[in-house]
Design a protein around this ligand. Structure first.
Ligand SMILES: [Zn+2]
Length: 299
């Protein structure tokens, strides 16, 4: 009753405040919506609309219903033309509207309690307004307060200061990331030197337990930048294989991957200089790596 009567008021105020007709509405268990004939609805207008509907609720306008015949209905300015021709049931919100409606309504708008417009979204060129009335609006408020309370406890701060705390936390994260990147770069330089020292021939092959593809890409740049070498890395953590080369001619990494990945159920590709692929299992990744190493050494 609260939702349905609230929808009557909201639609009436949309017409008055936004000159927008209500095209359809949905009154669900969890939420209610109306679609209005407008291409947009800026936040300030939405807030004005919400205030206007609440004003009409607090004015506690009488809601009555009665049955009229076709001639009597014709002199009333009805919101929309009724579907029936006899015994037309009119719902009148005092001073607001006459609506031919068979639903159940509150006796006065004050019983709606309140309306809260939650959000809007575009819907086929029109605007859909999500709203809640009465106890549902109260429940929505309580659910929001519960989330705020959890955040407040999680950040150990008053709710007014949560946004500041998140901003600080964000800054700390950025700083930590920068520090981590610096440490990784230092570690990569050390690791690249070690791989170069251990390298036999022109192939550097290494299996990493926990490096991500991005980390392997960063690392591969170092040795291949310095010399005419081929780098073949495997990540056991996410079944990825990386192939990179520093030479001008000969091997084209991307083309090699494209030609052979299918045999090992791998997906990927890349440029002449660097290619990467992902595999369903660690065994597939290792088998492809083994095959690649043999092909390269066989050349
Ligand atoms: Zn109604």
């Amino acid at each position: 009753m609260q939702h349905h009567s609230g929808q009557h008021l909201l639609s009436a105020m949309c017409l008055e405040v936004c000159q927008a007709e209500t095209l359809s509405f949905h009154l669900g268990q969890d939420y209610a919506t109306i679609d209005i004939a407008r291409p947009d609805l800026p936040l300030d207008q939405l807030m004005m609309l919400e205030l206007e509907v609440n004003d009409q609720i607090y004015l506690n306008r009488k809601v009555t219903n009665y049955v009229v015949n076709q001639e009597q209905a014709a002199v009333l300015s009805l919101v929309k033309q009724p579907k029936v021709t006899d015994d037309i049931r009119i719902v009148e919100i005092e001073g607001i509207e006459y609506n031919a409606c068979g639903g159940t309504h509150v006796l006065a708008t004050g019983e709606i309690g309140m309306i809260k417009l939650l959000r809007v979204e575009k819907q086929k060129g029109n605007m859909r307004i999500y709203f809640k009335c009465g106890y549902r609006a109260l429940n929505e408020f309580n659910a929001g307060m519960e989330i705020l309370g959890s955040l407040s406890a999680r950040f150990n701060t008053a709710k007014e200061e949560i946004l500041d705390r998140i901003e600080k936390w964000d800054q700390e994260q950025k700083q930590l990331q920068a520090e981590l990147n610096a440490v990784k770069a230092e570690n990569d330089a050390y690791l690249a030197g070690k791989l170069l020292a251990d390298c036999q021939g022109s192939l550097i092959k290494h299996v990493f337990m926990d490096k991500s593809l991005k980390d392997m890409q960063n690392l591969a740049v170092k040795p291949t930048d310095q010399a005419d070498l081929v780098v073949l890395f495997v990540s056991n953590a996410d079944h990825k294989v990386l192939l990179a080369q520093g030479g001008e001619g000969g091997l084209a990494c991307g083309a090699f991957f494209k030609q052979h990945l299918g045999d090992y159920r791998g997906k990927g590709g890349g440029s002449d200089k660097m290619a990467q692929a992902g595999f369903a299992t660690r065994e597939d990744a290792e088998a492809f790596c083994h095959f690649t190493a043999q092909s390269l050494q066989g050349e």
